[in-house]
Design a protein around this ligand. Structure first.
Ligand code: FE
Length: 205
């Protein structure tokens, strides 16, 4: 368990307990008020949502992973200074200022969590999935990562070490999954399509 200093600027202890029971409903209510008062432009809202779902979303990370698979120099750079390597692709911004990339091998499988809340590398993976934010994942992956992986349908050989990285407000992690067998002949764009979001959090292969 690699647990750097977990210095979260953004949550006091009450942050999560105060979340509304139905956040989507609350967001919709706020959106309606803003639209009715003419405070936001619906097209601007759509553009923002599109940005987070598609442009900021996990396809950025997939592109970086595919590049790492096909370009050894880029992979070395990514492992050495992920923030700089990802910035060179234009993947930078909020919640992604201090990135660390960790590489899966036959010997080591990496998983990412935020044990305190849901710190996540937005510029490369978009918004975190529900399971990443769940109490169950956050508490269990640290204690029994192998069992959690099994529930994601991933069975690793006994000998594979599982490292769990605890994200913080300061450091966000990107897992470089192992390239899947049978994809050697594919180009970078084709490879990027094979990289799933979950694999870059270490919850899939
Ligand atoms: Fe967090």
């Amino acid at each position: 368990m690699n647990k750097p200093d977990h210095d979260h600027h953004h949550h006091g202890s009450a942050t999560h307990s105060l979340l509304p029971s139905d956040p989507a409903l609350r967001v919709k209510a706020i959106e309606t008020i803003l639209l009715e008062k003419g405070l936001v432009d619906p097209d601007a809202l759509d553009a923002l949502i599109d940005t987070f779902q598609n442009k900021v979303g996990p396809r950025n990370g997939a592109q970086a992973v595919a590049k790492a698979w096909t370009d050894p120099e880029f992979k070395a750079w990514l492992l050495d200074d992920a923030s700089a390597a990802l910035s060179s692709l234009g993947f930078t911004g909020m919640q992604g200022e201090h990135m660390v990339a960790v590489e899966n091998t036959e010997a080591v499988h990496n998983m990412v969590v935020c044990t305190l809340c849901s710190c996540y590398p937005w510029p490369v993976l978009g918004l975190p999935p529900q399971w990443y934010k769940s109490e169950a994942y956050r508490s269990r992956v640290v204690i029994e990562p192998r069992a959690v992986l099994e529930e994601f349908g991933v069975s690793l050989p006994e000998g594979t070490e599982i490292r769990v990285w605890d994200s913080t407000a300061e450091i966000r992690y990107l897992v470089i999954p192992m390239q899947l067998e049978g994809t050697e002949g594919l180009n970078e764009a084709e490879l990027a399509e094979r990289v799933s979001r979950d694999s870059m959090v270490g919850a899939a292969l």
